[in-house]
Design a protein around this ligand. Structure first.
Ligand code: NIG
Ligand code: FE
Length: 408
């Protein structure tokens, strides 16, 4: 990709840099070799070589999507409707639908097909303003199939302008002998994924329909010993206490947390484990009790928001919409919603120094909104507001029709 040596973005109407730091314009951002060099008021812009005039629009960091299951084949549209009619996620799973039906479709699909649909979904995330994204395996469920998924994820990272961070996910027990499977994950999947660099984080789904506490704890220890970052699908359908355990061994995040308890949150606070809340699940799952930011804030736990994009429990790429839901139902301020899809999400991925904020020295990953105030992104919900997206200072996306008239 061509990298212009020096580009200055001028006439920025408002700049959201990092939590609590919003500057009113007009300001400029000077970038050199794809990194932010300096930021200042337009009165001090000086001589400019190559200028991009953003015409009073708001600029925010490239969004960070910290939790997706984006590589899969098939669809489960019927399940959305079934749940709305009163059949539960667990019932559907026990009837052979759910995760296992996606596993069957994914195993059947060719690697190229998985790659192409993955590229397509990454494009859709990019159009939402995402510049860094985590993608999990987890629909393979044996050694060969999981490594195949991770290879597809690696190809996506190589081929797509977005930064794609790979996670090995032990999703659900599969096959006749679950003891055997847990051993295989600990002794083969995890070491292989770590050694080859095919994954940088490990995640496990711990719940009544997935791995139990002891199994999940064992796998987390194996992943820690192999040097992978730790994540956990925790307290989603019921409470297991795995978020507290994961925090005690240094997990970077605990995700879902619908049934989290106070002592779990205390442990997360002590360990610097980020809470990843996934309100998109409430739409697909038809639940109404979304987790609230209050207890996390009270204990000083950083909170991220993510789509959890997957074909079953959350089928959306609209990361800004998660911010709108968080403001509407979960007690977030606009600033907390923005932090949750940028700075805090980057922390989940161990990328706090390279993504999720706009600062001198950092990669010039940012989004020009088609509005003058970043709050519009959440306030006018479920609406496209992205005018253009820059990755390492290079434009990778432009909305058609953007740039007409004044920002609203
Ligand atoms: O994060 N909770 C488990 N796994 C996914 C759902 C995957 C699926 O239903 O296919 C989740 O919600
Ligand atoms: Fe998930």
């Amino acid at each position: 990709m061509r990298q212009a040596s020096e580009v200055t973005f001028v006439n920025i109407g408002q700049l959201w840099m990092r939590p609590g730091q919003v500057i009113d314009g007009p300001v400029f951002i000077k970038t050199v070799q794809g990194r932010v060099r300096s930021i200042g008021p337009m009165t001090r812009v000086g001589q400019v070589q190559d200028a991009v005039d953003v015409g009073g629009r708001a600029v925010i960091p490239g969004l960070v999507e910290a939790h997706t299951h984006l590589v899969f084949a098939g669809e489960r549209a019927n399940e959305f409707e079934m749940r709305a009619q009163g059949v539960s996620y667990e019932q559907i799973a026990r009837q052979g639908g759910g995760i296992r039906s996606t596993v069957a479709a994914t195993r059947k699909a060719g690697e190229q097909e998985l790659f192409e649909s993955g590229m397509n979904r990454l494009d859709r995330f990019m159009a939402m303003g995402v510049t860094t994204i985590e993608v999990k395996s987890g629909y393979g469920l044996d050694f060969e199939q999981e490594m195949r998924m991770l290879r597809v994820i690696r190809r996506l990272n190589e081929a797509h302008p977005l930064t794609v961070r790979p996670t090995l996910l032990a999703h659900v027990p599969y096959g006749a002998d679950r003891k055997e499977m847990v051993m295989d994950i600990a002794q083969r999947w995890i070491p292989e994924a770590a050694k080859t660099g095919l994954a940088v984080q490990f995640d496990v789904f711990c719940d009544a329909i997935a791995f139990d506490f002891d199994e999940a704890a064992r796998l987390l220890r194996a992943a820690r010993d192999a040097g992978l970052g730790l994540r956990v699908h925790a307290e989603q359908l019921g409470h297991t206490g795995i978020s507290k355990y994961a925090a005690s061994i240094g997990a970077q995040s605990a995700d879902h947390l619908d049934h989290v308890q106070e002592d779990d949150i205390v442990a997360m606070a002590g360990a610097g484990t980020v809470a990843v809340l996934l309100p998109g699940c409430s739409i697909s799952m038809g639940t109404r009790n979304l987790p609230h930011i209050r207890p996390f804030k009270a204990h000083g736990v950083a909170v991220a928001l993510s789509t959890d994009y997957n074909p079953g429990s959350s089928v959306t790429v609209n990361l800004p919409l998660m911010g709108s839901l968080a403001v509407a139902y979960m007690g977030f301020s606009y600033d907390e919603a923005m932090a949750a899809i940028t700075t805090h999400a980057a922390k989940v991925l161990g990328m706090a120094d390279t993504a999720g904020s706009i600062q001198p020295g950092r990669p010039a990953d940012f989004v020009v909104l088609d509005c003058a105030d970043f709050r519009q992104l959440f306030y006018e919900y479920a609406t496209p507001h992205v005018a253009s997206v820059y990755k390492n200072g290079v434009k990778v996306y432009e909305a058609c029709g953007s740039g007409h008239g004044r920002p609203q």
